[in-house]
Ligand binder design. Structure first.
Ligand SMILES: Nc1ncnc2c1ncn2[C@@H]1O[C@@H]2COP(=O)(O)O[C@H]3[C@@H](O)[C@H](n4cnc5c(N)ncnc54)O[C@@H]3COP(=O)(O)O[C@H]2[C@H]1O
Ligand SMILES: Nc1ncnc2c1ncn2[C@@H]1O[C@@H]2COP(=O)(O)O[C@H]3[C@@H](O)[C@H](n4cnc5c(N)ncnc54)O[C@@H]3COP(=O)(O)O[C@H]2[C@H]1O
Lengths: 142, 142
């Protein structure tokens, strides 16, 4: 089999395609985000704007923190908030022509990285699972 | 530098030591588990019994699901539950003399794996981040 090289394999060859990526919109109520996260089972998913542009991620951590009142947890606090109020926007992205070598650097600190085109439209995500499978395949190819 | 080999490196050389691992006890109220998960920032942590034996994991997902009533989310549902009621016990473990090669297999499907001794006492955890750092180090050693 062909030698797999991190520096010449593009992220678009190994990413999860956008149509398979669960996501929410920045204007969605927080309760809707909780429903998506609970149903899919994921801890965090990408947040897109109305035009499909990647804006950041929303996680179960963000939703739980949104419930914390001064003295106790209050579920009612979720009702008035949207994804946009609680999401994390400081998230690195990769371009479709970036390499798996660059993805590996980002995945040391993040569970997944969103892949975008030059208009910031989400094309897919590259996950830690994908990189670990490459690592395993490469090890047995030696 | 010495060549790193997955099959000859033991998990105990690369694991996060038990004293650095945030955990909860199976008898803790669910609210205490939520506090630990929120303060540490982790999505899931190991659950130990009174004697320090590994029993499974508790996650933010388990806690959110425990709040789901018939029609809406009810935080009061947390009060009567303990970690033991909601945790996941079907979690693989590794022994301290197992290899990083075996850890790689488990980490394809799990974010972390608990390392135990022959008495099931937790010795540490091996994480996906650790394996990805080895992958990166090995790639630049070529
Ligand atoms: N419903 C499910 N079915 C099967 N396995 C599941 C699963 N939910 C979680 N896992 C397993 O747990 C790992 C961590 O999931 P987590 O939700 O924390 O973190 C996930 C999640 O935040 C995100 N993610 C993965 N696939 C996604 C998708 N199709 N849509 C949106 N987000 C996704 O990327 C992170 C890393 O995913 P990765 O696959 O490396 O690693 C996943 C996978 O190995
Ligand atoms: N407080 C924090 N400080 C710095 N980085 C943080 C962090 N919380 C999360 N991260 C980053 O996010 C990744 C996923 O964390 P998660 O909590 O889903 O999943 C974590 C968590 O469930 C567990 N874990 C890691 N370190 C732990 C510890 N000291 N005690 C208990 N559980 C731990 O192992 C999983 C994989 O951890 P890994 O290090 O591979 O990967 C971590 C790490 O790269």
């Amino acid at each position: 089999t062909k030698e797999f090289d991190l520096a010449t394999t593009l992220v678009q060859e190994k990413m999860v395609d956008a149509e398979k990526v669960a996501h929410v919109q920045n204007s969605n109520p927080l309760e809707h985000a909780l429903l998506v996260l609970t149903k899919t089972g994921y801890n965090a998913v990408p947040v897109l704007d109305f035009h499909g542009k990647f804006e950041g991620i929303i996680s179960k951590s963000h939703i739980l923190e949104a419930m914390f009142g001064v003295e106790k947890i209050e579920v009612e606090l979720l009702e008035k908030k949207t994804v946009s109020d609680c999401m994390d926007r400081e998230i690195p992205t990769l371009l479709i022509d970036d390499t798996i070598e660059q993805a590996l650097h980002e995945l040391i600190d993040y569970n997944f990285v969103c892949v975008v085109d030059e208009d910031q439209q989400m094309q897919g995500i590259i996950t830690r699972r994908q990189l670990l499978k490459e690592y395993r395949n490469e090890y047995y190819r030696k």
